[in-house]
Design a protein around this ligand. Structure first.
Ligand code: NAI
Length: 390
């Protein structure tokens, strides 16, 4: 169980690019990072509006002269300080991730970047090489995969409690884009424009969360083929999609079905995962992250609760609140940030043995998300044809 005791020697000097006052995801980063004494927020280029960014940064407790107008100034000025930032989080629109990540790595800074990581696998592989050359860590904030019951699911699959995996069923939907985009805010505008969002809208925005979580639970399954059908119900969003269905064939013969949509009007269910094996099934939703449904064929169904001693060690080890008390998204983000901090700390200490077995969402996880998106787009653009996954 995690209790806030610091698991690295000293807090990392941390900066943020984006995640300003009006940003949607910035607070989740700060909630995750500032929990366990593993990061200290010392600098930022928080906002496209430099003045608003400075005012916001000061109110977060950052010194005014370390609230910069843009990421270039942050990198340049922090490099000149002995106590300059060591790691930078990037919580900006998708089209900026590649350029900011590269600039940070070139300046010797570790990076924690939002998903979808970049636009293309080629960009991901280039940056992966750069990070390796520089000996730097790139973490990716798949923020839902710190929930303890996600790791319970992975442990149950690993122990064979489900039998052979046959069916994977995943859904991440909401209805917030059911209407048109007239008068929409910045976060919708950049998400629906290929120049700023990249080759997808909902597939990258929410589908990559489903895909990464399934990779954690089913690390031994690889996709052989995939078929993607995508559509923009609001025509101004085309060629990007506000709704998509993906069918997947896995290398063990399993079948997968994934549905993402932001036009599921009225829906507040968010994410749902069902993993079905030859003996039993498990089902989990981020709407009720404390509960895991475990159904064994021929037996009464069970609801497993987080923090209970009957759970697997992998789940109990990352629990924070203990049974009976709600464990939520903030706790999940804290785990993600903690695991990335431990990776950075290990790299700084040269502890490659620790890094070999330490699990955190890193650049490979980001790359695989982008690879999945590329395959989805290739299939959809070929008239929703089955394509070999590569
Ligand atoms: P947003 O549009 O709400 O906020 C973006 C923030 O970045 C604003 O504060 C804006 O002023 C600032 N910004 C934009 N360009 C900048 C630049 N060049 N330099 C400095 N600041 C800049 O966007 P939102 O929804 O917060 O998304 C940001 C990223 O986070 C996206 O990549 C998105 O896919 C991802 N995201 C991830 C989530 C997760 O659960 N991991 C949840 C929501 C978003």
């Amino acid at each position: 169980m995690l209790n806030g005791e610091r698991l690295i020697d000293r807090p990392l000097r941390w900066g943020m690019v984006g995640g300003g006052r009006t940003g949607q995801v910035g607070y989740k980063h700060r909630t995750g990072a500032l929990r366990d004494g593993t990061y200290r927020l010392v600098a930022g280029a928080f906002d496209l509006d430099a003045e608003r960014g400075r005012d916001f940064g000061v109110r977060l407790g950052v010194e005014a002269d370390r609230c910069y107008a843009d990421y270039k100034e942050l990198i340049f000025r922090e490099a000149a300080r002995e106590d300059g930032v060591e790691v930078v989080s990037i919580a900006t629109p998708n089209f900026t991730h590649y350029e900011i990540t590269k600039a940070c790595l070139e300046a010797g800074l570790h990076v924690i970047c939002e998903k979808p990581l970049f636009f293309t696998v080629a960009e991901c592989e280039e940056v992966e090489r750069l990070a390796a050359e520089k000996g730097l860590i790139v973490g990716v904030t798949y923020g839902f995969t710190g929930h303890p019951l996600v790791h319970q699911m992975a442990a149950m699959v690993k122990k064979g409690m489900l039998g052979d995996i046959r069916i994977v069923d995943m859904q991440y939907t909401h209805g917030f884009n059911s209407g048109d985009d007239v008068g929409a805010g910045e976060a919708v505008k950049w998400r629906t424009n290929p120049k700023t969002a990249g080759p997808t809208f909902v597939l990258g925005d929410i589908g990559t969360h489903l895909y990464y979580l399934s990779e954690i639970v089913l690390p031994h399954l690889k996709i052989d083929k995939l078929l993607c059908d995508r559509k923009a119900f609001i025509p101004t969003r085309a060629p990007l999609e506000d709704h998509a269905t993906v069918l997947m064939h896995y290398d063990n013969g399993a079948r997968g079905r994934l549905w993402v949509s932001s036009v599921n009007a009225g829906n507040m269910g968010s994410q749902r995962y069902r993993f079905i094996g030859s003996k039993a099934s498990i089902e989990w939703s981020d709407s009720h992250p404390d509960q895991l449904i475990y159904e064994v064929q021929g037996e009464p169904n069970r609801t497993l609760h987080h923090g209970m001693p009957y759970l697997e060690e992998e789940s109990l080890a990352v629990d924070r609140m203990g049974a009976l008390h709600t464990e939520g998204l903030g706790d999940s983000w804290s785990n993600i940030y903690l695991w990335i901090a431990q990776a950075i700390d290990a790299r700084k200490r040269g502890d490659e043995v620790f890094l070999k077995t330490h699990h955190y969402p890193g650049i490979k996880a980001g790359t695989e998300g982008v690879r999945w998106l590329e395959n989805c787009v290739r299939s959809a653009d070929a008239g929703s044809a089955w394509v070999d996954f590569h």
